[in-house]
Design a protein around this ligand. Structure first.
Ligand code: SAM
Length: 211
């Protein structure tokens, strides 16, 4: 498996380590996590993997929903974000890993979530291929991305932030297709602070395509 170049990985981790202590103060991120949990449609998501989990807000929202997932795992590059997640949701497993090289077995997950993070991942092709690999055939992946009209792309010196690449249903569908995933439904949601989001659910087209 291929993972991020070390400099990009380190820059992302450092940026979010610096935000970890105050990240949960963001009403937008807390409210979006609740919206994503409500959007997830599996009747009984048994095993959930939250990719780029940060402080675990999405898993915390899913843990508060019914039915409660059986197994919850979060992966992220930032040790300090993960430390908050472990403190806030001790029943879940939190692992430091790159989304492009998940330490998760094939076909072991019913629901993958990835919220406000795809724009930070330069190898989205590898990331989505990993979702296809770890999902069970009936599994789903749910993403939430900035639509861009609420928040323009912010170029950074140390790592790219590419909101435009994941800001429309057509772009999400085009990213998903080579991995053997298909856009099943999507919705728009706008937070009271003005930020606008695209929520998208992907399904496995053919497990063989992703092998
Ligand atoms: C804006 S935060 C979102 C956190 C969480 N999903 C939420 O909704 O609150 C973006 C997170 O993506 C993580 N991240 C970015 N690139 C990553 C990668 N390649 N692999 C794993 N985590 C990554 C960052 O460390 C950060 O915690």
């Amino acid at each position: 498996m291929t993972s991020l170049p070390a400099d990009v990985s380190s820059a992302v981790a450092a940026a979010y380590d610096a935000r970890a202590a105050t990240y949960d103060e963001s009403a937008m991120h807390r409210d979006l996590a609740a919206e994503v949990a409500a959007f997830c449609s599996l009747d009984a998501p048994r095993d959930v993997l939250d990719v780029a989990t940060g402080t675990g807000l999405v898993l915390r929202a899913l843990a508060a929903s019914r039915p409660r997932p059986r197994g919850m795992t979060g992966v992220d590059l930032s040790p300090d974000m993960l430390a908050v997640a472990r403190r806030e949701l001790p029943g879940a497993a939190f692992v430091r890993a790159d989304a492009a090289a998940l330490p998760v077995a094939d076909r072991s997950v019913d629901l993958v979530t990835c919220v406000t993070a795809l724009q930070l991942m330069p190898r989205r092709d590898l990331v989505l291929a990993e979702w296809a690999r770890v999902l069970r055939p009936t599994g789903r992946a749910v993403t939430a991305t900035f639509t861009g009209f609420g928040r323009p792309a912010r170029p950074r010196r140390d790592h790219p932030v590419e909101h435009d690449a994941v800001s429309t249903p057509a772009r999400i569908a085009a990213l998903a297709a080579p991995a053997g995933l298909r856009l099943r439904r999507h919705a728009a949601w706008r937070h009271a602070d003005g930020d606008a989001f695209l929520l998208a659910e992907l399904e496995v087209v053919s497990p063989e395509v992703a092998r």
